[in-house]
Design a protein around this ligand. Structure first.
Ligand code: SF4
Length: 177
């Protein structure tokens, strides 16, 4: 059987959803039998490749860089999965939305800093006014909610995707369903 080309990445998230992936423990070997990890923090690949079958994206979109990366991933990927509550709803990163990006930057870098107070202007992507979930920017095929989704949920969801049974799973919600 041809293996799925599988990718994972995070945008504005805490990496906790990827820790759930690591919590698969020995089941990672089962997953590795079903998919090729072509891009992920778990493997040493620097450039997101073309022709990815399934990509799991953790985290909200909080900067122009996040948005650009997400749009590139969408163009190069068959099935895009929003992995975890930050990707699905905005969750923790979106808690700052009541203040807005500019006020957060001002509070962190100017008001609470007494040495060289300045908002970074280089080497850091500009923060958007609001942190938003993935589907506000690109079509998303599946959501896997949870903060983080458990390893069991991930394994069931990914196993079902590989087997073409995703619609049977309550842990997965097809966009627009
Ligand atoms: Fe972290 Fe929870 Fe967001 Fe996942 S959903 S990136 S665990 S805060």
């Amino acid at each position: 059987m041809k293996k799925l080309r599988f990718a994972t990445l995070w945008l504005d998230g805490c990496s906790g959803c990827h820790m759930s992936l690591l919590d698969l423990d020995q089941r990672l070997l089962d997953l590795a039998d079903m998919v090729d990890f072509v891009y992920s923090p778990l493997v040493d690949v620097k450039i997101f490749p073309e022709g990815v079958d399934v990509a799991c994206v953790e985290g909200a979109v909080s900067s122009a860089e996040d948005e650009e990366k997400l749009r590139m991933v969408r163009r190069r990927t068959g099935l895009l999965i929003a992995l975890g509550d930050c990707a699905v709803t905005g969750n923790i990163p979106a808690m700052r939305n009541v203040l807005g990006g500019q006020k957060i930057l001002q509070g962190v870098y100017l008001e609470r800093e007494h040495l060289n107070a300045q908002i970074p202007a280089s080497h850091l992507p500009a923060l958007n006014e609001h942190a938003l979930p993935l589907h506000r920017f690109v079509p998303v095929d599946f959501f896997i909610p949870g903060c983080p989704p458990s390893a069991d949920t991930l394994f069931a969801a990914l196993g079902a995707l590989v087997a073409g049974r995703a619609v049977d799973l309550p842990a997965l919600t097809r966009f627009g369903a």
